[in-house]
Design a protein around this ligand. Structure first.
Ligand code: ACK
Length: 350
């Protein structure tokens, strides 16, 4: 099966420090955060030992760092978490995916734009709680109150040189008070997701399932990439070949992934482009009305099928998306370029 071949992940250690015994975990069965094919995501609490500012079970303080004084301040604290529960009748493939997810998350460690692993217990994965749920549901639920702050037009750069670009629209008309989110947040999330991708590539991890449904938002609306169930670590090869086909997120997959089941940092870049498309349409379904057919595949290959320009994307951002969907993987932006490009795009758009 598809994980059997992934010796890189199998070789990752499983660190016992992540074990959270049931007496330290309380699951709130009345708080269902979400559900899916894999099972349920529930709210919960973990008892942690809080030693002067350290609240994480997964990163306990080094005792040598602590003075006697600090040790005296140790007390227990509750940490709000999300608990991912797998179905009871989980088969070997699902079990391996679960184990791979835990291992990859532990290996990735903490990054401000990745959902962090807090611990695990049997078929449970305990992760950081993200109060605003998935980016997908956030976009769809708040579509009505979105405020587009950019509009195409001409602006001057102060030296009387007219430039085609972006001018602010709708600002200062009293809309702000009712506004929940605006294009500024779209730019911020673009950059945050880019940071996560760049970090994953430095760790040689392919996410494999980038999409707005797999980006979560914290209470402060910071975007964090989650769901590493389909991710894999690269060691020597630059791309990974899946042996058999299971349910594939085809709307986000690169041509070579659909054709040859090849995954690489470059197929993540394709998916990043689709994720941006979802973001700048405020949560539309990519290729609306289309099915995964031979005709679709042929169109994708000869370049006649591509996603259209989303209403809230600037020309530059759409051009960046098109670059992510280059037929030749090498022509797509590299993960080291991605932050620089995003930085430039967003600076210009703001
Ligand atoms: O958009 P949602 O309400 O937020 O629906 C999805 C659902 O579970 C399936 O993934 C929610 N969810 C998943 N992980 C977390 C988490 N760590 N914190 C909060 N909600 C989560 C997500």
């Amino acid at each position: 099966d598809y994980f059997n071949n992934n010796t890189a992940i199998d070789a990752l250690p499983y660190d016992m420090k992540y074990e959270i015994p049931p007496d330290k975990l309380s699951i709130d069965y009345s708080c269902i955060l979400g559900s899916g094919e894999y099972g349920l995501v529930l709210g919960g609490k973990v008892m942690t030992e809080n030693v002067k500012g350290y609240v994480s079970i997964s990163n306990p303080p080094d005792p040598e760092e602590l003075t006697m004084n600090q040790e005296a301040e140790t007390n227990n604290e509750e940490l709000t978490v999300a608990v991912k529960m797998c179905k009871k009748d989980v088969d070997v493939t699902n079990f391996k995916a679960l184990l791979a997810e835990i291992k990859v998350m532990a290996y990735l460690g903490n990054h401000k734009n990745l959902v962090s692993l807090i611990g695990a217990w049997e078929l449970l994965i305990i992760v950081e709680f993200c109060k605003n749920g998935s980016l997908e549901s956030y976009l769809r639920n708040n579509k009505q109150s979105f405020l587009n702050k950019v509009k195409y037009g001409y602006y001057t750069d102060g030296n009387d040189n007219a430039n085609e670009g972006i001018v602010y629209a709708n600002v200062g008309h009293g809309h702000e008070e009712t506004c929940v989110f605006s294009s500024i947040e779209l730019f911020k999330w673009t950059y945050e997701i880019a940071e996560a991708i760049e970090y994953m590539s430095t760790k040689k991890v392919i996410h494999g399932d980038l999409a707005v449904r797999n980006v979560l938002l914290t209470e402060d609306l910071v975007a964090k990439v989650s769901d590493f169930g389909l991710s894999r670590q690269l060691v020597e090869t630059s791309s990974y070949m899946k042996k058999t086909q299971c349910a594939l997120p085809w709307r986000h997959l690169a041509i070579e992934s659909l054709k040859n089941l090849e995954f690489s940092v470059k197929s993540d870049m394709w998916a990043f482009g689709v994720t941006l498309w979802e973001l700048y349409t405020l949560g539309d379904v990519p290729y609306p009305g289309l099915n995964y057919t031979q005709e679709f595949m042929t169109g994708l290959e000869n370049g006649t099928v591509r996603l259209y320009k989303p209403s809230y994307a600037t020309n530059d951002i759409y051009e960046f998306m098109l670059l992510c969907w280059s037929g030749i993987p090498e022509d797509r932006p590299s993960s080291s370029e991605i932050k620089i490009i995003c930085d430039k795009l967003l600076r210009k758009a703001r």
